[in-house]
Write a protein that binds this ligand. Structure first.
Ligand code: ADP
Ligand code: ZN
Ligand code: ZN
Length: 739
């Protein structure tokens, strides 16, 4: 006997009101989450339509009280049905309640607080418009006539008012907009950049290499089993151009496109280019929009007024009726992995949405994630490469400065001698420099400034982190050692935590280069809405000579006058205490090096490190990601880390430390039992890297296994165990796969 949970009204407030029905045996095969069904409802048993969100074989109520589903409403699944199916997949794959998954995926239909108003504006002069009016009258296009008369009288008119009073459909407005007679103006408060240009813009011709890449991608997609494609092209090779040509192709076929970009890219240049080429077809969401503004953009997608949705991770759920393509730019970005339950990854979720919609999926990166490259190797994705920069400019010259050597020569400054010389020359030539310090400036690892030795966990091969009273702790397995005062390798007393902040760098620069104008960009200087944009623009316009900042400065901005890039302390990201440290370091350094000398001036990049021989640093300096990939894959394989094996983290937190400790011990024992004969490796419990947040204590258990499926089923069992076990009351549990 099977039962289905059904929701009747898909609006945000109603999502948690589900009703259970029995599934007639005849329909068992066809009913799964996302299917629209008809069912008797309420006292009078009137028939209502609803969506199945869950199928189970255990009823929540007494059997006699459960009514039967009457039938399936329509053969073809609706958009909402597909989104619900996606939600069910997210629930299953990442661990959360169905309600959480639905709230993630379905468009929020809330009363909007601040409504964005739109105006229809006449673009032609009144005389010109009067000519068009006559023409439309002769052709008996009465709807167009009504609209034109109103616009000629008033010049412009509120969009909604217009449609309502004149009884028009959006297509009438669009038709006239296409002919350049009017335009629709968005009055959305804070998106000054994002207006479509009025003038005609010609799409640049693709270079030979770009054209070949686009052809290869189209060829893959024409085939029997179109795979997701990874467009792996060096910085400046013109990936954006390839995206644009594929987007144009999709629009021609009458389909819509989702383009995911990292949050930071939404603030500037990149998006501007899309708006220039695709104008009003573009809708944009970003994290600073209110719920209502976001819903408004999603509404434009649903109504067919926008055909390209650009945004961060959540743009993936844009309700397009006929989605044709999902592009994930800079697919390696960690922001594609949600930090809230459900902790979905946009890369995998894009593939699943693509599958449900029959849409193609494209990933782009200059420094792809280990996951994406590994999947290309196994044949799950198709890889397409571009290796030439647009224009004549080659890659920057890269120098590695060995900071141990600097110390030996008596230089204790944050600036090594190469970078000091480079800055002096760069400023003398009147060019610009960027200095970046990854993270906010403090990392918990312990290293020797004399020999570079870093204290690592003997079991996990990640760096240990300083804790209370100087003790060192591994955040995977919980292994601890006493504080160290002398380097275990060379005996030097210069061993300790690594500290340097962007503010200190700024102060140092103003001492050493008093004439240079310095801008600082970090969390502190980008608190307000448009701070990012203002700073980047000011620097782009040459209002400063040196830009100092955290990694946010190295991502995706084109500054033609920057000829020097310095990575002040590459080691800060190399020893963050997690298995992705080397990967992130390689990506950051490669992106940073790619910032130097993009236009007609040769560039130089300097990487300062205590570990010049580390493969992540060597490979970044040579801009060789194949070398990096091989080395890193060897390490992942040896240690059983993703993407070779799979890793499930179970995060537990509670205000009650003692109960938390007991709970995670029970959890560990349960996991051993639940795993049975499967050879899973259970690691921990350990304190989280940040072990207490807002008075909540935090612990984590890791589970490693070859097969993702096995981890999913362990997660399912654990969810049930936690639910029925009163010992877990007040303990908040989250699941995270391959984070
Ligand atoms: P990527 O995204 O791969 O880093 P971009 O698409 O940003 O590269 O291209 C780098 C620069 O080269 C941009 O300024 C872009 O305008 C220019 N460019 C690339 N391809 C072309 C082309 N086919 N025609 C004109 N300009 C191009
Ligand atoms: Zn040492
Ligand atoms: Zn460990």
């Amino acid at each position: 006997m099977k039962f289905a949970d059904v929701i009747v009204d898909i609006s945000a407030e109603q999502l948690d009101r589900k009703f259970q029905y029995r599934i007639p045996t005849m329909l068992e095969q066809d009913i799964r989450p996302g299917v629209q069904v008809e069912a008797p409802f309420g006292k009078g048993n009137r028939t209502v339509a609803g969506y199945v969100i869950r199928v189970t074989d255990k009823p929540d109520y007494e059997l006699e009280k459960i009514k039967y589903i009457q039938g399936i409403s329509q053969k073809k699944q609706s958009l909402e049905g597909r989104l619900i199916e996606l939600a069910a997949w997210i629930r299953e794959s990442y661990g959360c309640t169905m309600l959480q998954a639905l709230k993630t995926v379905l468009p929020v239909r809330q009363k909007t607080g601040r409504r964005t108003s739109r105006m229809i504006v006449l673009k032609l002069s009144k005389e010109e418009a009067a000519g068009i009016l006559e023409e439309e009258r002769r052709r008996s296009h009465t709807a167009r006539v009504r609209l034109l008369e109103r616009l000629i009288a008033n010049g412009s008119e509120d969009y909604a008012v217009c449609l309502k009073e004149l009884n028009l459909s959006a297509s009438v407005v669009r038709a006239l907009e296409k002919r350049g007679i009017l335009f629709v103006e968005e009055e959305s408060g804070d998106l000054p950049l994002l207006r479509g240009k009025e003038r005609e813009i010609f799409f640049p011709e693709l270079t030979e290499e770009q054209g070949r890449a686009a052809d290869e991608i189209r060829e893959e997609w024409r085939g029997e089993n179109p795979r997701p494609v990874l467009l792996h092209g060096i910085t400046g090779s013109g990936k954006t151009m390839v995206y644009m040509s594929l987007i144009a192709m999709m629009l021609e076929q009458g389909r819509q496109v989702i383009l995911l970009v990292p949050e930071i890219a939404l603030t500037y240049q990149n998006v501007q280019r899309f708006c220039e080429y695709f104008g009003k077809d573009v809708a944009i969401i970003h994290s600073r929009l209110s719920q209502g503004e976001r819903a408004e953009q999603f509404g434009r997608a649903a109504r067919g007024e926008a055909r390209i949705m650009i945004g961060p991770r959540s743009a993936l759920f844009a309700p397009f009726p006929s989605l044709g393509l999902i592009i994930v730019d800079e697919e390696q970005e960690s922001s594609y992995h949600s930090e809230m339950t459900p902790r979905y990854h946009a890369r995998e979720t894009a593939v699943e949405r693509g599958r449900l919609e029959g849409a193609r999926v494209l990933f782009g990166s200059a420094t792809p994630s280990m996951e994406a490259r590994y999947r290309c190797e196994t044949g799950e994705y198709r890889e397409v490469r571009m290796s030439r920069r647009f224009g004549s400019q080659g890659l920057a010259r890269v120098r590695i400065t060995d900071m141990r050597e600097e110390l030996r020569r008596g230089n204790r400054s944050i600036l090594g001698s190469d970078l000091r010389q480079g800055l002096t020359d760069c400023l003398a030539r009147g060019e610009q420099a960027m200095l970046f310090l990854n993270r906010r400036g403090y990392a918990g690892f312990v290293s020797c400034r004399t020999c570079g030795y870093v204290v690592k966990c003997p079991h996990c091969d990640v760096s240990m982190t300083i804790h209370k009273h100087g003790r060192l702790v591994c955040h995977y397995c919980g292994y601890e050692t006493a504080a160290v005062h002398n380097c275990p390798s060379c005996g030097s007393p210069y061993i300790g935590g690594f500290r340097a902040g962007t503010q200190q760098v700024e102060e140092m620069l103003s001492r050493e280069f008093p004439k240079a104008r310095v801008l600082r960009m970090d969390m502190d200087t980008t608190r307000h809405k448009n701070d990012h944009e203002k700073l980047l623009r000011a620097f782009g316009e040459g209002q400063a000579d040196i830009l100092v900042g955290t990694q946010m400065i190295v991502k995706g901005h084109d500054f033609p006058r920057v000829t020097l890039v310095g990575a002040l302390a590459a080691d800060l990201s190399l020893y963050t205490g997690d298995y992705r440290a080397a990967e992130r370091t390689f990506q950051l350094l490669t992106q940073a090096v790619g910032r130097a000398g993009r236009a007609d001036r040769p560039g130089m990049a300097v990487i300062q490190t205590y570990h010049p021989e580390h493969y992540a640093i060597q490979a970044a300096a040579r801009q060789d990601d194949d070398i990096f990939y091989e080395e890193e894959l060897g390490y992942r394989r040896l240690m059983g880390y993703p993407p070779v094996d799979n890793l499930l983290a179970i995060h537990a937190s509670s205000a009650d430390e003692i109960r938390l400790n007991t709970a995670v011990e029970y959890l560990k024992r349960y996991l051993f039992r639940a795993a049975g004969r499967e050879k899973v490796q259970i690691i921990g419990p350990a304190d989280e890297a940040v072990s207490k947040v807002k008075d909540m204590y935090r612990k984590v258990i890791y589970i490693k296994h070859k097969a993702y499926r096995t981890l999913i089923s362990l997660k399912d069992k654990t969810e049930r165990y936690v639910e029925i076990n009163s010992g877990f009351r007040g303990i908040y549990i989250q699941y995270d796969f391959n984070a």
